[in-house]
Write a protein that binds this ligand. Structure first.
Ligand code: XIL
Length: 538
């Protein structure tokens, strides 16, 4: 019997990286990359290189980054992503050429002839730069061209050029790189609905006209409160029948904060289902997750009250959703249903006003999947909160409230996601007094600018004190007439020309010498070249 001699799909080591398993299944597993941490965080680079074999620039290849002023191209961020991919043997998906967001005002204000010329020039220069680079294999040519009801989005592209901009863009991209795979990309098209059917009809029509549409991207920005699109696989399959490649391009699964073990488990099933749908469809090339660590995710700034959408937490600890992606790629669900033994009660040493060092007696696991780590919870009646996770039998809790009594317990987890019973409670009380000595600094860097706007990224916030801090506030002054047009990794409030930036839920904790970054975009009067000043941190 021939089949008995074939390697089973899951023959890669169970503990191997995501990319090892994905490659064994003939799929890619990818991540979006943010250039800030890519340039200065070792943990970020290590995980991105080790776990993924495909990358997409989260922002660095967008129009505002690559051509902020007409015909003045800047590729520093894009090149950083491509170079990282080359060093790590990863394929790059270019994102994105023609979109209504993150496109400078000068494009939006052009008349029809000039706008069409500018679009063709942009595509030719950006795609052309990487046409001979073996790492860059595909592009999102147009992004988000539909409304939810399936009409064409009334963007400045559509309003100025009509729907022909779409075919034009694909033809220009093909001319710039005949070998690149050219995709159309959108969100809320994972299930079969009015929007995905409009996409299906357009792709079918364009291909019938010989327009080079090779691939359809399904962003996959999912949220546990809206349910899973159970017809995802069926939908991918109907597009595959048109002869196109399909791929999940921007997967994340956000939850309503705070995290809990139950929400983590639900999220893990969403991740597993998406990976399994792609595995089940031959034309599905792979799955790209929109970042990998909750430390850097667009979700908290875009969907207030939601977050924790990725597969590693903000301290680079793998979450249950990592295990779900891993096990799906490794070839199926585990048969291990035996939880680990119950750990010992946590005991707290070295308690400060906002940290506590916990240790406990370790668990063992006999079910086959092995001990994966521990979850530490705060006992609060019906709504216990997950304070942190650890792979060893100790954990330093951070971000605690001063002058507060804590009751905490630990549950062990195994590789199949089984949780042990809760340990006996440990108790401690944080002393009062300020968290840290108040010392922090903020340094802002203008990343790029155009006639009537600019992006400040990163603003680096550093704890210069000798104890950990659990929150920070940065203020700075905008020149007259400047107004913020969005921020990430911090929440902005504006009073006159003074802007106050407060940490997001996930980046307030800074150890001594620790730092984090945030960024923001500003609109300014045409031709003004001023930028903000007077960054101070408290
Ligand atoms: C988002 C980035 O993640 C953010 O950092 C940025 O501020 C806004 O754009 N659909 C897309 C992506 O195609 O480009 C978007 O990325 C998320 C939604």
């Amino acid at each position: 019997m021939v089949a008995a001699f074939l390697l089973p799909a899951g023959s890669a080591q169970a503990s191997a990286s995501l990319r090892t398993h994905a490659e064994a299944r003939g799929k890619f597993i990818g991540t979006a990359l943010a250039t800030g941490p890519l340039s200065n965080e070792t943990s970020y680079r290590t995980i991105a290189g080790r776990e993924f074999d495909q990358v997409t620039a989260e922002n660095a290849m967008k129009w505002d980054a690559t051509e902020p002023s007409q015909n003045q191209f800047t590729f520093s961020g894009a090149d950083a992503v491509v170079n990282f991919a080359t060093q790590n043997d990863q394929q790059v998906h270019g994102h994105t050429l023609v979109w209504h967001n993150q496109t400078p005002g000068w494009v939006q204000n052009l008349g029809a002839t000039a706008m069409r010329d500018a679009m063709r020039n942009h595509i030719s220069r950006v795609v052309g730069r990487y046409a001979d680079n073996p790492a860059v294999v595909s592009w999102d040519v147009v992004n988000e061209v539909f409304e939810e009801n399936g009409d064409f989005r009334r963007s400045f592209w559509y309003n100025t050029l009509g729907e022909s901009f779409i075919a034009d863009a694909f033809r220009a991209a093909r001319a710039a790189d005949p070998d690149a795979r050219l995709c159309i990309n959108d969100y809320n098209v994972e299930g079969i609905n009015a929007k995905s059917t409009a996409m299906y009809d357009l792709v079918s029509e364009l291909r019938g006209q010989g327009v080079p549409v090779d691939c359809v991207g399904f962003q996959g920005h999912l949220a546990t409160q809206y349910g899973f699109p159970n017809d995802l696989q069926q939908n991918l399959q109907r597009f595959a029948a048109l002869g196109v490649q399909v791929r999940i391009t921007e997967l994340d699964v956000r939850i309503q904060m705070p995290r809990s073990a139950a929400k983590d488990a639900t999220q893990a099933t969403y991740y597993r289902n998406v990976v399994n749908a792609c595995l089940a469809v031959t034309a599905c090339a792979g799955v790209t997750i929109w970042g990998f660590t909750d430390r850097y995710s667009w979700v908290p700034d875009t969907f207030p009250g939601e977050g924790a959408a990725l597969i590693y937490d903000e301290n680079y600890q793998a979450k249950p959703s990592y295990t779900a992606v891993h096990d799906a790629l490794a070839g199926g669900t585990s048969t291990d249903t035996t939880p680990p033994t119950t750990p010992g009660a946590p005991s707290a040493g070295n308690v400060t006003s906002n940290t506590a060092a916990l240790t406990w007696t370790a668990s063992t696991d006999s079910g086959g999947s092995g001990l994966a780590g521990y979850n530490v919870y705060r006992e609060q009646g019906a709504n216990d909160t997950l304070l942190g996770q650890s792979t060893t039998n100790s954990l330093t809790l951070t971000g605690l409230t001063p002058n507060t009594a804590y009751q905490v317990y630990v549950r062990a987890r195994d590789g199949a996601g089984n949780l042990s019973a809760g340990s006996p409670l440990g108790t401690f009380t944080t002393p009062s007094g300020p968290g840290g000595n108040g010392g922090c600094t903020a340094v802002g860097t203008v990343q790029n600018q155009w006639n009537n706007g600019y992006v400040v990224q990163p603003v680096t916030v550093t704890n210069t004190g000798t104890s950990a801090i659990s929150g920070w506030t940065v203020t700075f002054t905008l020149p007259p007439g400047h107004t913020p047009a969005g921020s990430w990794n911090a929440t902005l409030t504006v009073s006159g020309q003074t802007v106050t930036a407060r940490n997001a839920g996930y980046n307030g904790n800074l150890a001594p010498n620790g730092s984090t970054t945030f960024g923001f975009q500003v609109s300014r009067p045409n031709g003004d070249t001023q930028t903000p000043s007077g960054y101070t941190c408290a």
